[in-house]
Design a protein. Structure first.
Lengths: 467, 201
């Protein structure tokens, strides 16, 4: 019998094209997702070297970072630089024979939302994108991670990536989550426990009852933020929920091919006794709805907590915490629930899926967005938007006071006009609370969609369980 | 890619931990379709006021560090976004080597693709180099990739580890794509076999 393997080991082995004696490997790439920000220089490189895209049928392009989310965006992009970048993507897709979903196509959306939604993402695949949140696709038991633009060019030209194998890390969540404790709270709590460098050099496999109980949407939220824990990729073993999600999607295999695929996908799990280099175990009972107070995703606390002091930390983190507290305009000892906010942003590749919008609608039932608060919902894709409208969620949320927008990355990183003003404080379902991330001087508190809805109602960070 | 052999230059200290790629090059500068010209906006929001004037106490604005070629940085440098604009901005500014206790994986890889050498050292050695870097214009370090050594202003030597393949690529300025293209027959063979094993892909 061969040595027991982890899920990561199995996917790695199945894609190994070539391995040097020192472990430097050439890994075959099954899907390459491309967006407008990290690809223009890669296509330019291909042109200069007279190279083609090796497997255009395994490549898909969509503009998401720069696109306006206003309802009238069909009239074009005002910002010249953004317009040039989006136009360049469309031209590159056309010139190199790559499928492209423009802003007038209902299939347009955030690259990590549309990949799974359209069935491009399947278990056991290797998936890359010039975007760190590619980790999202790991929810399907696919080895998915972000790459730089030079690597984008490498994959376009060769359909492979030069890699050294990462280490295996296990994150097990035992038990059952309480009501209003969500996938976002799991993933933030793990980062809070391990730090933003805790997963560096590792691929994290999430497992345990609480992970198995999550929907595919929830699993995507968990894997999405593997990168905030330092891991390039997160993984969850595929199960019946995964197969059911994939079945029937436009790019998924059909009929006998689907059956053959499922038979293979069922072999994608970590063998009993396989070795992990690192592990963290949390119990679902210990996970509360959380929010971030600082400017690193590891600055996470239960909503019932208070803002810490810099000297609560050690080493280099003392200076970083001082800087964060100053940037965030927070005083140590302040109850997190007393922190007033100006804006609520619901969306992003972390929490812009239909289930997230349903959760917001559930919390908002019979309630309104507080007067004077800016509250925006940016669905992750045109299809999510259409589904929310069909389910009647969109109308309810608009009546409750939310601004209902078109799909894109939007205020997660503010490359389009959706930005925070200096000093503006935002409860955000996105993934990064870095300085200036949502707009220069903007202050970001990361939280779940349910918690964001609670904050929208009261105008301050709020424990959704108390509503 | 330009070769990296030996680099002598001023090292600037940035002891802050978790310096992310949003700090290194904020989003508004990612709209370019070129690789060049990003140095002017390196660390933009830490380096400049909103009116464009310089923030005096930011390290790279101090006279001694304006021509720094090396950064000595706090733990987990380059975390966050995969944007290769971060190494492009460092390189365009003139920084060709970053020394820290750890780097985020994607940033670390991106450096090597652009002729930048990221060096990982234990905490006590980074602390020592950080002290050296605090000496302003006297903080001149020499980084020799061939011998894998850093020589400090006092002549003290520190050795470092580097992946042999990545070292070879840097020393010779090798283009990854060209190297991989030489393995085209292996890729063809893999695709043939894989197409049978997993035809739905």
């Amino acid at each position: 019998m061969s040595d027991p393997k982890t899920l990561y080991d199995k996917i790695w082995d199945a894609h190994l094209v070539h391995e040097e004696a020192d472990g430097t490997s050439l890994l075959y790439i099954d899907r390459h997702l491309v967006h407008e920000v990290t690809s223009p220089q890669a296509f330019e490189g291909l042109r200069m070297a007279g190279r083609k895209v090796r497997a255009p049928e395994k490549t898909v392009a969509v503009p998401d970072h720069n696109v306006p989310t206003s309802l009238d965006r069909a009239k074009g992009i005002d910002d010249e630089m953004s317009r040039i970048q989006v136009d360049a993507l469309e031209k590159n897709a056309r010139d190199f024979g790559i499928e492209y979903y423009g802003v007038d196509d209902v299939r347009q959306g955030i690259v990590h939302i549309i990949g799974p939604e359209l069935g491009w993402t399947q278990p056991g695949m290797t998936i890359v994108c010039g975007d760190s949140h590619t980790a999202t696709h790991g929810a399907f038991g696919a080895l998915a991670h972000g790459i730089g633009t030079s690597e984008v060019e490498h994959v376009l030209a060769t359909q492979t990536l030069i890699q050294k194998k990462s280490k295996n890390m296990k994150a097990r969540i035992n038990g059952t989550l309480s009501e209003y404790v969500t996938a976002k709270d799991i993933t933030l709590s793990i980062i809070g426990a391990t730090g933003t460098a805790g997963g560096t050099g590792h691929v994290i496999e999430y497992m345990g009852e609480a992970i198995e109980a999550l929907s595919m949407e929830g699993r995507m939220t968990v894997c999405n933020m593997a990168i905030e824990g330092g891991a390039r990729a997160g993984l969850i073993a595929p199960d019946q929920k995964t197969f059911d999600y994939v079945m029937g999607r436009p790019k998924a295999p059909k009929g006998a091919a689907f059956e053959a695929a499922v038979a293979y996908w069922k072999t994608l799990y970590t063998d009993e006794g396989a070795h992990f280099d690192k592990e963290i175990i949390l119990h679902a009972d210990d996970i509360a709805p959380v929010v971030t107070w600082g400017t690193s995703p590891e600055d996470v606390l239960p909503i019932t907590g208070v803002v810490p002091a810099a000297n609560d930390f050690e080493g280099g983190k003392v200076q970083a915490a001082e800087r964060s507290l100053d940037y965030m305009g927070l005083k140590p000892g302040t109850r997190l629930q007393d922190v007033e906010i100006d804006t609520v942003f619901i969306g992003s590749c972390t929490n812009g899926r239909i289930e997230d919008l349903r959760e917001v609608a559930r919390v908002m039932e019979g309630r309104k967005v507080k007067d004077g608060l800016r509250a925006m919902i940016v669905p992750g894709s045109g299809l999510v938007r259409a589904q929310a409208e069909e389910e009647g969620i969109a109308q309810k949320l608009q009546e409750a006071g939310f601004d209902w927008r078109m799909a894109g990355c939007s205020m997660c990183l503010g490359m389009n006009p959706d930005q925070l003003a200096p000093g503006e404080r935002c409860a955000s379902t996105s993934n990064r609370n870095f300085e200036g991330r949502q707009g220069r001087g903007g202050r970001t508190h990361l939280l779940s969609p349910a918690m964001a809805a609670a904050a929208a109602i009261t105008g301050r960070l709020t424990d959704v369980r108390d509503l | 890619m330009e070769k990296f052999e030996k680099l002598t230059g001023v090292a600037a200290p940035m002891p802050l931990v978790n310096i992310d790629t949003d700090m290194i090059i904020p989003k508004q500068f990612l709209k370019t379709i070129k690789r060049s010209g990003l140095g002017a906006n390196l660390f933009d929001e830490m380096r400049f006021n909103q009116d464009g004037s310089e923030i005096e106490d930011f390290v790279l604005n101090k006279p001694a560090y304006r021509d720094a070629k090396i950064l000595v940085a706090g733990d987990n440098f380059g975390c966050g976004s995969s944007r290769e604009h971060a190494p492009w901005a460092l390189l365009d500014f003139g920084i060709k080597c970053v020394i820290s206790t750890s780097f985020a994986d994607i940033f670390f890889n991106n450096c090597f693709k652009n002729g930048i050498l990221p060096i990982v050292l234990p905490q006590e050695e980074v602390d020592k180099l950080m002290d050296d870097a605090e000496r302003g214009a006297n903080a001149v370090l020499t980084v020799d990739l061939e011998s894998q050594t850093i020589t400090g202003p006092d002549g003290g030597e520190i050795s470092f580890e580097v992946d042999p393949f990545k070292k070879d690529c840097l020393l010779n300025g090798l283009d990854d794509i060209g190297l991989t293209m030489q393995k085209a027959s292996a890729i063809d063979a893999f695709e043939g076999e894989y197409g049978v094993r997993a035809p739905w892909v």
